[in-house]
Structures are given as C-alpha cells and as structure tokens.
Write a protein that binds this ligand. Structure first.
Ligand SMILES: [Zn+2]
Length: 487
C-alpha cells in the first residue's frame, strides 16, 4: 500500500516515510492541519488574501513547495499567521530536507488567553515588559493584565496626587533584603505599552486593587482609610494588609474618580480589574463612619457594605464607559449578574464554576494549582513554606472544560496565568517562572481538546529551546539549581 501510494505521488519511499512521520512543532497546536504529501523548504509569503469568513483571531496558512499563502480577516489574524510561519522557520533550520506542505486552518477555542504581571511588588522597566509581551505574542496569548498597585508599591501617576510618586512608589526593602525599591511609570510609557501590545493583538487590562491591598496608598494618603496606624509605611513584607479604603470618605472616592479618569485616558480597554480580593473587613467593622453608613443604608453586615462598595465603583466606571473584573472571593452574591470574575484560590475552581454559573457571572480560569506561575516549577525549588509547586505537567493538566457538559461551563471565557512578584525582582526571574509553563497555558486556551497531547507538547518544548533563547535572549533550561535566587 505504501509502495503504491509513493509511486502514485512520485515520491521515494524514504521521503514519503519522512513526510508522514514529520510533525510540526507549533505551540499552541493549531486547530486543524491537513498535510499534503510533499515537502517545502520555502516559507516566504507568496500570496496574501483577505478572507471575511475567518474570525478575528483566525488565519489560514497554505504551505506549498513554492512558498506560503496566508488568509485572514483582521491584522491580528495576519500576525498569528506570521507567528506560525516564524515557528515553522525555526523548525526548518533544524530540518534541512524540508517540512511537510499542508493547509493549516487555525483559530482559538477560548477568546481570553491572558497573563498577569505584578509590577507593584517589583517595578519592571518598560523595555522588560515589552520582552514579556513579545513572548506572549509568539504563543498567541492575547491579554496582558498589569497589576499596577498593591501594598508594596503604586506605579500609576495621578494628576493632583504627587505623594503617589514621592511616597507610594518607594519602599525601603523587601523581607529583610535591605534593597530599596522604587519606580513609577509615566502616562506616555503606559500609552506606548498599549500601542505596542495592540500591534500584536494584545489588549492591556489595568488593575487597581480595591478596597484592600492598598498600604502603599495609605502611607501617602491615610485620609482615604478608616483608621490607619500613625506613621504607616509602604509595606515591606508579603501578606495581607488590614487597611481598606473607607467607602464613606469623600476624598477617597474623589481620588478613585481621578484614577478612573486617568485609566480612561491611557487604556482603550473597556475593562478595569478592581481586584477585590483579600480584603479583611476588621476596620470597616469598627470604623464609626462605616458603622453609621451601614445603619443608614440598612446593611446588615460588612458583606453588604462590600457589595455596595463594588456597586459604587461599578457605577463610577460605567460613567467612563468601563466595566470591572474581580478576583473571585467565594461569594457569588457580592457581584452583579453579567460581571466577570477570576477563579484563583487553590482547589476552589470546581465549586466556583458551579456558583458563578448559577449567579450568571462570566468566569476566567486562573486556578492556583495550574496557573500561578510565580510558584516554583520544580519539586526541589524553595516554596517559602506556603506556595504550591506547579510542574510543567500540572500546568498542562489544566482542562478548561473541567469535564463538564456545555450547559454547565459555557460561562468560562478563558484561561489566565499570574506572575506575582513578591519574590521575582527582575524580568529574568519572571521569565524563568513563566516559561515554559505559559506555553502549556497557551495551548490549553487555543487548541481543541482532541488535539491535546502531553507527549507531543514535551517534544515541542524541547524543540523550541534553542529558538526561544535566540529570539528572547532567555534560556528555557530548568534544573534544580539554575534559577537566580531572590535576595
Ligand atoms: Zn470606614
């Protein structure tokens, strides 16, 4: 049979075997590949076509012995076709006899494939963030979520609030390392980042975490908070601060209005991530203003007050054409129907999928046991006594369907990984933790389930190592001792 086929196609048996055994090393695995029985050594684009039938991120790539034909309906689709060609050209360099010809028809399964970078715990220079964006685009991730504020630093300038720069953006050290840290972006830098990302099909989602995670702000403007300790400083340890914005203080609300105005000016995305996580309400409980307001508004507890606070923030955003997202805190009733939340707490995702579905919320998956890529990735790595360890295989084990029927998981819109930086002071350290796990996330967000293969994925990661290092000046080797420690 093989011989007859080879005679029919005019190919030698050896060459046919080579073609049929050959596999592309594309990450994420394309949705559909129809191999044709010839090979090519030419990947240059010989024809470009607009194809209105393709979705916004879709592309069609026809590889022929003479070169490539690309089809797309948007610039993003075109850029993804080119990324696939770049990956194939890396492969061609190690396959001197050529690679198979084919028709690749490709589009993502999930519309949201994101990465969060925490620039609050450690300031990251813009040029380094752009390197991260380049890697994201190479693996077709399409949302950059930038965590701009936290207890340990504030990175967004707001006109009229100069102490954000002189106080909130600076820290004496981190967990005894005696290394001062500071940094603030300019509006122009952030706008340039938005443009850089847009050119690569990536939407930038800013996060301003409220009402908690705000000790850096409280150090500069204690008057926005219920009862901050006198002399409070920008936090120098990990953990959760008890200082929450006081929803009853008009100057704090005015400040949030100024923040949202600035976000509207810089970020074209309709979305503002409002955090909303890890906000212990001890101080709301005892604050006389908060107590009085709860009585007046007939709120039975701080949970009611939190719902009311989120509603106020949501309305302020709506006035500026924006909508919020939140880190889900195991209480669906606090959010409004139609809002989008992220599941993140270890082990909570199955129950969160159920509760958010019942509440009519949209859900993005960032479960701690699969997607917290700031956690160590090798069993030997120090987990500081509390972090999970997520191997590449565990990252690849994420199944965004959670094996549920469509009518129970149709509110899941995407997958997301987090790069928290309490212990990752440089982009080199961020990239070390992000990769190769972000390649697994990219495949799970893009590729249809029937094409997932852990074995093939591992081979592809191996094959990508030399080209990743060349393209991004960062090695993908992960051994128990080749990570730069945090001091
Ligand atoms: Zn208060």
């Amino acid at each position: 049979m093989k011989k007859r086929l080879s005679i029919l196609l005019g190919l030698s048996t050896a060459l046919l075997a080579q073609v049929s055994l050959a596999q592309y090393q594309i990450i994420p695995e394309p949705a559909n590949i129809k191999l044709s029985q010839s090979i090519t050594k030419k990947l240059n684009i010989i024809q470009e076509k607009k194809n209105a039938q393709l979705g916004p991120e879709a592309y069609k790539l026809t590889l022929t012995p003479k070169g490539s034909i690309i089809e797309y309906s948007t610039p993003v689709g075109k850029s993804f076709a080119i990324v696939t060609l770049e990956q194939l050209s890396d492969q061609l360099k190690t396959s001197p006899d050529g690679i198979p010809t084919s028709i690749i028809s490709d589009q993502p399964t999930l519309p949201w494939r994101g990465m969060m970078i925490d620039v609050a715990r450690h300031y990251m220079p813009m040029k380094d963030i752009k390197t991260l964006v380049d890697t994201m685009h190479f693996y077709k991730l399409n949302k950059l979520h930038i965590h701009l504020t936290d207890d340990q630093g504030w990175r967004l300038p707001i006109p009229g609030y100069p102490k954000l720069k002189t106080i909130s953006s600076k820290r004496e050290e981190m967990e005894g390392n005696k290394t001062p840290s500071e940094g603030m972006y300019t509006k122009e830098e952030l706008k340039a980042l938005v443009k850089y990302c847009a050119d690569r099909g990536i939407e930038v989602i800013p996060e301003i975490d409220v009402p908690g995670h705000n000790q850096a702000l409280a150090a500069a403007y204690p008057e926005f908070f219920c009862s901050p300790e006198p002399g409070l400083k920008v936090r120098t340890t990990a953990g959760v601060s008890k200082d929450l914005l006081c929803p009853q203080k008009k100057e704090g609300l005015k400040f949030m209005g100024a923040v949202f105005d600035e976000l509207k000016d810089i970020f074209p995305s309709k979305i503002v991530h409002l955090g909303g996580d890890e906000a212990p309400t001890d101080k709301w409980q005892t604050c006389p203003l908060c107590k009085e307001a709860r009585t007046k508004k007939n709120q039975k507890d701080c949970h009611d007050q939190m719902r009311d606070f989120f509603e106020t923030m949501t309305q302020m955003l709506a006035k500026r054409g924006k909508e919020p997202q939140f880190w889900y805190e195991d209480n669906a009733s606090i959010y409004k129907k139609g809002q989008t939340v992220f599941t993140w707490r270890m082990g909570k995702t199955p129950s969160t999928i159920k509760h958010t579905h019942e509440a009519g919320l949209k859900l993005i998956l960032a479960p701690g046991e699969h997607c917290y890529f700031d956690y160590p990735q090798l069993p030997q790595h120090n987990n500081r006594g509390w972090m999970g360890r997520i191997t590449l295989e565990q990252a690849y084990n994420l199944d965004p369907t959670y094996k549920l029927p469509k009518d129970q998981n149709d509110h899941i819109v995407g997958v997301h990984c987090t790069m928290w930086t309490e212990y990752l002071p440089t982009m080199d350290q961020v990239l070390y933790r992000a990769y190769p796990r972000a390649m697994a996330l990219a495949e799970k967000g893009w590729t249809p389930k029937e094409s997932w293969s852990w074995d093939k994925f591992q081979q592809k990661v191996q094959a990508h190592k030399p080209s990743f290092e060349k393209r991004f000046n960062h090695s993908l080797e992960r051994t128990p001792d080749n990570e730069k420690p945090f001091k």
